[in-house]
Design a protein around this ligand. Structure first.
Ligand SMILES: [Zn+2]
Length: 230
């Protein structure tokens, strides 16, 4: 392995390990559920969480390097049981650099009912560009979950999909962007739930949703940082 590639991998090990701290900080995961991965840019490789390790014990050293068939190529631990789904997304969606999976409570409650989250909030229009869609039911193991994620999100503005009876998968240009989408998805799902409980939400005009999405994706944030990391 050349020096540049091993430097890239060790940086990704650091950042993927650190990003798992955001899942616990925002209350998106219980026990060892949930996982973050990052593609190694320009290589058929990804860095992902090991399976069944406590969040407190995650470190750069125990992240697992896998190929894009989900097979470990470096590291002593087994990769996350969701590795096949992450790998499928990277194979099918070349623009994706990060994938996150959680069973965050409110978003997963929508997934359990098989209902997409309609867009009644400016924050949802900003990040998701409209509804957060529901993906098909799929059993873990094999490519079914990955296929469901890709078929739902291809051509969709939303970087998040509610996999039916399961939970949330998010994608991003970077792992950090995918983590942000997972945090925002739960935030929006919680507010949407409370809105339903209180009564009927007030609809937003599609033109307003489009304008918010366009502004947030193209203008919002500091000029020096790319929108995916805003
Ligand atoms: Zn899961």
């Amino acid at each position: 392995m050349n020096v540049e590639l091993s430097r890239q991998i060790s940086e990704l090990r650091e950042s993927v390990a650190r990003l798992h701290g955001e899942l616990t900080r925002y209350g998106l995961v219980a026990w060892t559920a949930g996982n973050v991965s990052a593609r190694v840019p320009g290589h058929d490789l990804m860095v992902i969480k090991p399976s069944g390790v406590d969040y407190d014990d995650l470190s750069a050293d125990n992240m697992v390097l896998c190929d894009l068939d989900g097979m470990p190529v470096e590291g002593e631990l087994s990769p996350s049981s969701d590795t096949a789904a992450h790998a499928y997304v990277y194979r099918a969606m070349p623009e994706v650099g990060g994938v996150v999976h959680t069973h965050s409570t409110y978003a997963t409650a929508w997934a359990a009912r098989g209902e997409s989250i309609p867009c009644h909030l400016t924050a949802q229009a900003d990040e998701f560009g409209g509804e957060i869609p529901v993906g098909p039911f799929a059993l873990i193991g094999g490519d079914d979950i990955g296929k469901g994620i890709v078929s739902t999100l291809t051509g969709h503005r939303s970087p998040a999909v509610l996999m039916r009876n399961h939970g949330v998968f998010t994608i991003g240009r970077t792992a950090r962007a995918a983590v942000k989408a997972a945090v925002m998805c739960e935030d929006v799902a919680r507010t949407a739930h409370l809105t339903r409980a209180l009564g009927q939400p007030v609809p937003m005009a599609q033109a307003d949703i489009d304008a918010l999405y366009d502004r947030y994706q193209n203008v919002y944030g500091q000029r020096s940082s790319p929108p995916a990391n805003s």
